[in-house]
Every structure is written in C-alpha cells, then in structure tokens.
Design a protein around this ligand. Structure first.
Ligand SMILES: NC(=O)c1ccc[n+]([C@@H]2O[C@H](COP(=O)([O-])OP(=O)(O)OC[C@H]3O[C@@H](n4cnc5c(N)ncnc54)[C@H](OP(=O)(O)O)[C@@H]3O)[C@@H](O)[C@H]2O)c1
Length: 331
C-alpha cells in the first residue's frame, strides 16, 4: 500500500458492515483481493468466489490470517463454466439465509487468445460478462431479500476505460456462441487488434448490463441498486496474465505500469465506493473520471453514458445474455 495516494483517507470513510453479507468474484489478486480484505475488516461475512488454484487457497489463507475474527468463506466458481457458476450459486443460497447485501462482479481477464470456453463462448466474454449475468440472475432473490430486510442491496459491475474503444457500439456477435472465431490474435492495443476488440466489448457489456439492470430495477420500484465502477489503470496481475498469453509486450507494459498506473488499492476505490458508500445511488458509475485518460485519482461518481444507456443497447445486451445462458432473467 506504500504507493497509494488516496486510499488511506478514503478507507477511513467507509461504514461498518456488521450483519452484512458480501460476495465478490476474483479475489485471488488485484482489486477483488483488496475489496475482500476491506469487507472482512469492516465486519461483513465475505464470500470469495474463485476458481480453484493455489492462488485461491493462498489468498484465502492470507485474508483469514490478516483478519482472524472475520467470517470468510471460499466458494468454487469458475467463470469459464456456466455449470460451475450454477453450482456456486446453489452454495451461496445455502450460506445466505438472511439474503445477500452486495454482489460485486469483479473478476476479469484481458486480451486473451481467440478461444472458446466449453460452453462455446469467447473466453473473455464468458468470464467478464456472461457468467456474471448468470450469477446475478441466480442470486437476485437473495439481493431482493436483503433489500427488503435492510433497505439496500447492490449489484456492482467492474468495467474499464476500454468500454470506449474502438467505436462505443456493442456488437451481438461477441455475445454469441462464436468463441474461437472472433477475429484471431492481433495484439495491437491501439490499432484494432482482435484480442483488444474482444476485451473492449466485454467491458462495454459490463456497462450495458448495469444500465439495463438499473432501468428494470427502477421500473419495478426495487430497492436493489445497480452500479458500475472502473479502476483507471491499476497495478494488478491483469497485465501479467495478458503478457503471458501474448496480448501485451513485457517491456512496454512494464514502462507503462511504472510511469502511468496507480496502486491496486487506489484502483479499488471505485468498486469499494459503489459497494459500500452510504451515499451511492443506483445508476451511478464510480472511477477516477469519465474520460479516456482517467487513469488515476480519487473515485468520483458520474452518470451512465448514452452510448450504452439507450434502449437498443440495453435490449441487445439482455436478449443476447439470456440466449447465452438459455434462460430468462425476470426483474
Ligand atoms: N488493473 C487495471 O488496470 C484494470 C483496468 C480496467 C479494468 N480492470 C478490471 O478490474 C477487474 C479486476 O482485475 P484486476 O486488475 O484486479 O486483475 P487481477 O489481479 O488479474 O485479478 C483478476 C481476478 O479475476 C479472476 N479470474 C480470472 N478468470 C477467472 C475465472 N475463469 N473464474 C473466476 N475468476 C477468474 C482471477 O483469478 P485467477 O487467480 O483464478 O486467475 C483474479 O482473481 C477486471 O474486471 C478488469 O477487467 C482492471
């Protein structure tokens, strides 16, 4: 935390989470790991949703060591598999008799090879959006239960500056069973490399999902809130995973990380704001600014943006996501 600029003072503004239950995907490193530790320190029961690996067991042990009195539970959830997500959801129902106060759909991968999951979808789209859509659908009754009982429950999605590239238009193909045939392995971040186009579509989908949820929840007068955040450019494992997969060069990335990125903790302020600030409202976006160069700084609230918060994009996102999970999602 030594290079965090804003996090220590921000952290002191967060409320107690006694009697709250929080579920977070992707807590083995990065923003999810920080969010999970903070939630545990603030008194929440915390469900860590990770695929099984040495990283997941080590991070689970570390959180429990740092916060020995916290109620922290590890639940296996591989976002590359709808079956795994459904199994995880069943376990979460058993762990949450009083409902679920916050679901943070944080996990993500970036600029990976053009590969299909076992379910047939692009590995990035299934991990970053489609499995989170399914998880949210499966857990929605628990969120409603918490909102009714305690007046507030939240779904928080994690997007990126990448939502704006290259054309700000969500395209149906990327949400369909076309994994492995979505443009190949071009890795140019700035000149339309297909790995990056697929990533950008997933991060746009995170925002369109939030906009559609917000609109449906408001129309129903629900007390469940839908929010989205982005971390700017934060030093996490995300870039390392991409380098290993061939989606970024090591040298250039190292230079950018040293000179342009902020700490993991500073990058976590967006999701933490959306998850826990008492003042946060449904339909808000938290991050270090709304522009394409908002890479570091305090997380501020801004409005959802018209390029995805419009009827056609919300409807496309919802219908294609339901088609992918082969189910309806009624709010
Ligand atoms: N860092 C940035 O600058 C930046 C910028 C914009 C947006 N974001 C977004 O921030 C979010 C968090 O990423 P991060 O930067 O904190 O990266 P990170 O350190 O790599 O963390 C990503 C997390 O996602 C998990 N994950 C990946 N694939 C998974 C799967 N199939 N099932 C379950 N979990 C899986 C990883 O777990 P494993 O250990 O199992 O791989 C890890 O816990 C992502 O949605 C990312 O798009 C980050």
């Amino acid at each position: 935390m030594s290079d965090s600029v804003h996090f220590p003072s921000f952290r002191s503004t967060l409320p107690s989470l006694d009697a709250k239950t929080v579920a977070i995907t992707g807590t083995t490193s990065g923003t999810g790991r920080v969010a999970a530790s903070v939630a545990a320190e603030l008194g929440a029961k915390v469900l860590l949703l990770n695929r099984s690996s040495s990283r997941s067991s080590e991070s689970f042990d570390a959180i429990r060591r740092d916060c020995p009195n916290a109620d922290v539970i590890q639940i296996e959830c591989d976002l590359q598999s709808f079956e795994s997500v459904r199994n995880a959801a069943a376990k979460i129902h058993a762990e949450c008799p009083e409902g679920l106060d916050v679901l943070c759909n944080n996990a993500g991968v970036m600029a990976l090879e053009d590969k299909a999951t076992a379910d047939g979808f692009d590995v990035q789209m299934q991990t970053n959006h489609l499995s989170h859509f399914l998880l949210t659908k499966e857990l929605f009754p628990l969120l409603e239960q918490a909102a009714e009982a305690r007046g507030d429950a939240r779904i928080v999605n994690h997007s990126s500056i990448a939502r704006m590239n290259p054309k700000k238009v969500l395209i149906a193909d990327y949400l369909e069973k076309r994994g492995g045939s979505l443009g190949g392995n071009g890795s140019s971040m700035f000149f339309g490399g297909a790995r990056w186009v697929r990533y950008n579509q997933t991060k746009l989908a995170n925002c369109a999902f939030t906009a559609a949820l917000h609109q449906k929840l408001q129309a129903r007068g629900s007390r469940v809130k839908a929010l989205v955040a982005h971390p700017g450019f934060a030093r996490t494992q995300l870039q390392q995973t991409t380098i290993k997969d061939g989606g970024m060069g090591k040298r250039m990335t190292g230079f950018m990380m040293r000179h342009m990125a902020q700490s993991t903790e500073d990058g976590t302020m967006g999701i933490l704001s959306a998850m826990f600030l008492p003042s946060a409202q449904s339909g808000e976006f938290y991050g270090p600014g709304s522009g394409s160069y908002a890479m570091k700084g305090k997380a501020e609230a801004f409005a959802l943006e018209p390029f995805y918060d419009n009827e056609a994009t919300r409807e496309l996102l919802w219908s294609k996501s339901c088609e992918a999970i082969e189910s309806t999602f009624e709010i």
